[in-house]
Design a protein around this ligand. Structure first.
Ligand code: PGA
Length: 251
């Protein structure tokens, strides 16, 4: 069983002054039983990585372009993230799927580029409220997973994040049972393509309105291997409490 992962997604939030959060988190992170990752806006990665050096905090990007380089104004290549000090990259977040029309095939191409650059990719999947109400949750996330995870993925280079769209930034958190059901289903799909052993070792995160007050209920579920945290990762005390919880239970 791999260590749990507490990943913070700052989205389009944070200025250079926000990097002080790394110092404030250092105590919480010391000796933590989980891995800790923060994904700030790309422009802060280099500074954050320099600050996080030696602190057990990993730094990641929030997206990358599928190509290595070229005429793609405004985009960032995976190798550029790695060069700036990133070790991970979030791909296929529902906000990117919605705002930028990213398809599963786009996400797979980005995931391949991320892997080639040596980044661990965190591939996000999740259903909308309408899809859940229509009983399509497992079909939707199965299709997303099949379409977006590269065939050569391994437990070491790929993390899956289950993020129901209706729970992101809404305060309308999934129940632990809902998270467990979908994370277990994702692991079953992973087992079909990558094998049982890789599936058991692949980290499957839950994300969507995770906070210090509800982290415990998710981490008790056997197929939830950590959390992808948006809003609460911007509040030092909240994120520190999420990390500390995972330390206390010794997972
Ligand atoms: P939230 O976002 O924690 O603010 O709901 C989660 C995410 O989008 O990764």
């Amino acid at each position: 069983m791999s260590k749990k992962l507490a990943a913070g997604n700052w989205k389009m939030n944070g200025l250079a002054a926000s990097l002080a959060e790394i110092d404030a988190l250092a105590g919480a992170v010391k000796g933590a039983g989980c891995e800790v990752l923060i994904c700030p806006p790309a422009i802060l990665i280099a500074q954050m990585a320099a600050k996080a050096k030696g602190s057990n905090v990993f730094v990641g990007g929030q997206d990358c372009h599928p190509k290595v380089s070229g005429a793609h104004t405004g985009d960032v290549a995976a190798a550029m993230l790695a060069d700036a000090g990133a070790s991970h990259v979030i791909l296929g977040h529902s906000e990117r799927r919605a705002d930028h029309g990213e398809s599963d095939a786009d996400i797979r191409a980005k995931a391949e580029a991320a892997g080639a650059a040596g980044l661990v990719r965190i591939i996000c999947v999740g259903e909308t409220e309408g899809e859940r109400d229509a009983g399509q949750t497992l079909a939707v996330i199965g299709t997303q997973l099949d379409g977006s995870v590269p065939d050569a993925a391994t437990a070491a280079d790929t993390v899956i994040a289950y993020e129901p769209v209706w729970a992101i930034g809404t305060g309308q958190v999934a129940s632990p049972e809902q998270a467990q059901e979908v994370c277990a289903a994702l692991r079953t799909v992973i087992a079909q393509t990558l094998g049982e052993d890789a599936a058991a070792r692949t980290r499957v995160l839950y994300g969507g309105s995770v906070k210090a007050a509800n982290i415990a209920s998710f981490m008790r579920e056997p197929d939830v291997d950590g959390a992808l945290v948006g809003g609460a990762s911007l509040v030092v005390d909240e994120f520190a409490a999420i990390i500390r919880y995972q330390k206390h239970v010794g997972v």
